[in-house]
Design a protein around this ligand. Sequence first.
Ligand code: CP
Ligand code: NVA
Length: 305
Amino acid sequence: MTVRHFLTLLDLSPEELNSVVDRAIELKAIQRRGDIHEPLKNRVMAMIFEKSSTRTRVSFETGMNQLGGSAIFLSPRDTQLGRGEPIEDSARVLSQMVDIVMIRTFEHEKIETYAKYSDVPVINALTDDYHPCQLLADVQAFKEARGDIQGKTVAWIGDGNNMCNSYINAARQFDFKLNIACPEGYEPMKELLDQNSDRVTITRDPIEAVENASLVTTDVWASMGQEEEQAIREKAFADYQVSPTLMDKADKEAVFLHCLPAHRGEEISIDMLDDSRSVVWNQAGNRLHAQKALTEFLMQHVINQ
Ligand code: CP
Ligand code: NVA
């Protein structure tokens, strides 16, 4: 059996990604009307979390429930995964029992190995290198606020981390220009930059990056797993805070997004989330709708075989 996985945004074609975003908008309307839509009755999702989460866990679990199925939360603390059972064996065992798997882990290679041995679709719910589910919600939030993101300019301010790498993939798949402002030594993956040099630029100057940008976004300075680097990173990123003043230098219709959780006083000013240009709460809520659309897409592909 061939199944589709979602390990990065490159696993779906641009057309498929756009259809997932449009479907997310539809599913949101269905949910808001109170209509019941349960195409995944009796289907079960396994959710493997090796890092903390609020949004991802609640959105996937709620989403499966709303689609008529259910979800099981698995942590290394209380499964054999945490006691060293090989990932390959875990993938083959869970394939016998559940219909779809979501994984949040450290090394991206780990989710690639899992997917290789899985007979059911695997969704990347964040690795050290990528966070593709967040990008579906972000593109949806931009579309709802300002229309199609195609042809627009996006500014990424701060760390060249998993979110930044996914923004580069999004620039390619959704066809927008991406200006990244980051300190030296904190660039995103070089391979991604090289492959997308036609649309992605790097600068050290946040003001230069936001010029003409319709969307300005950022993320924490120290990601999960980098807690010990907090102090050194605070110094390195001191000039990379997004504030209403920086937003004033962007396009006058610009919106602000943040995947959250946010650290006020670090990557954003105290008042940034309360600024009228911030649409972060809708963006966070869209994790539910975008992942329901993604899950429906991946399950549809299995059911239709
Ligand atoms: N944005 C995001 O993935 O949030 P959580 O870590 O709370 O899941
Ligand atoms: N870059 C952050 C994103 C959290 C959703 C991290 O990996 O911790």
